[in-house]
Design a protein around this ligand. Sequence first.
Ligand code: NDP
Length: 434
Amino acid sequence: KQKDPNQDEFHQAVYVIFKSIKPVLIKNPHYIKHNILERIVEPERLITFRVPWIDDQGNIQVNRGYRVQFNSAIGPYKGGLRFHPSVNTSIIKFLGFEQIFKNALTGQPIGGGKGGADFDPKGKSDNEIMRFCQSYMTELANHIGPDTDVPAGDIGVGAREIGYLFGQYKRMRKSFEAGVLTGKGLLYGGSLARKEATGYGAIYFVKEMLNNQGQTFAGKKVVISGSGNVSIYAMEKAIELGATVIACSDSNGYIYDDSGLNVQTVKQLKEVERRRISEYALIHPSATFVEGSSGIWSIPCDIALPCATQNELDKQAAQKLVDNGVKIVAEGANMPSTADAIAIFQDHKVQFGPAKAVNAGGVAVSALEMGQNSSRMSWSFEEVDQKLQQIMKDIYQNSINAAEAYRKKGNLISGASIAGFTKVADAMIEQGVI
Ligand code: NDP
C-alpha cells in the first residue's frame, strides 16, 4: 500500500487471495523462503501509453492505454482488454492479478495479463471505434504476439473491436498470426462457442454447486446483473436448464418480470442494436424498468449472479439477498462482491462461487482458440462446449479438493485461490529467481 497508494481495487484483490492462502503458507514455509508473496504482487511489466485518435468532428482526442504483463510462470500472458472510462492502473492491476490464478485453474498453459484504455465506447460511431482501435493497436503491437501475450475482449471490447484490432496488427506485421488475439470472428480464426463461453461456463459451474446439494436449475429463480456478453449467455444457458431468469440490468437500471425474461429480446437490444435495457419494458409490458442498477439485489431469488462489474454488490445488497433467502451467489463478473458482502454470505452459509473459478470458462475457451489456431484446425460447437463443460467440472472439483486439503471444506473461495496459487508459485520456484 505504501508503494502503490490509491490502488484500492488492486489491494482488495490481493487481500482476498492472501487471506485464502494463509493455511498454505503455514503448512509450506518454503513459499515464504522463496519470497513468493512479494514477487507475485509485482507485475513482470506494466505498460502505459498514449492513444491519440480523431473523432468524427475532426478533433484530436487522447486516451491512456494500458497493458499489464503480470505473470508468465505457466505460459504466455493472457487476459482481456477493457475499454471503459473508469479504467486506471488499479483496475488493470486487480484484473491482471486475478487473471494469474484464474488461468492456472483452467488447466491450460496460460499466464496472467490484462489491458485496456480509459476510452468510453458509448455513443461513439463505428468509424470512431475503428480509429481508436487502430491507434491503440499501433502501440500494443510492440508488446504482444502469439507466444508472448495474447489479449482478448472484456467490458467494451467485443467481436467488433477485436476485428479492428486484429486488422491493424496484421497490417503492421505483414503476417497472418491468428493466435495473437482471441475472441476473433469465425471468418478469420475465431473459435465456435467462445462468445458463449464465460456465461455458459458460469452456469456449468453453478450446476456443479447445485448438484453437490442434490439439486438442479429446474424451477429456480435467478437474478443476473448486467446485460453484456457474460450476462446474456448466462441467461441463455440458465433458461435452457429450466431456470426462470427474472431480472437483469445495465448501468442505468434493471428490468424485472417475475414470469421470466425473454433472452432473445435482451440479445437483440444489447448485442445487435446497442440500446438501453429500459427499452425492454416497452417491448414486453409484463416487465418493469427501475432506475438505478443496485436495486436489482432487492429482488427475492434462489440464485444471484453478479455479471456486470467490480464492487457492484455491497454489504447492504448482500444482507438484502440473505434476508430474501438466496441460496447461491456466483460471480460472473470480476470481483463484483465487496469483501464485506462476501463476509455476510459466508456468515449465513450461502454457497459462494468466486469469480476466478466461476468465470474462467471464457479464458479457457480462449486457450482452446489458441490451440485451434496453432494446429490450423477448427472444432465444432459441440466439441468446444463439451471441453468447456469438462473444464468447469474440473475447476469445481479441484477447488473443492484444495479446500478440503487445507481444512476449509466446501469453501470455494479458499479452494480456488489455493489451487491457483500453488500451481503458479511452484512454477515460479522451479524457474529460479526471475
Ligand atoms: P460487456 O461490456 O459485454 O457488458 C457489461 C455489462 O454490464 C453491460 O450491460 C453494462 O451496461 C453493465 N454494467 C456496467 N456497469 C454496471 C453497473 N454498475 N451496474 C449494472 N450493470 C452495469 O462486458 P462483459 O459481459 O464482457 O463483462 C462483464 C464482467 O465479466 C466484467 O467484470 C468482466 O471483467 C467479466 N468477465 C468477462 C469475460 C468475457 O469473456 N467477456 C471473461 C471473464 C470475466 P452498460 O451497457 O450500461 O454499460
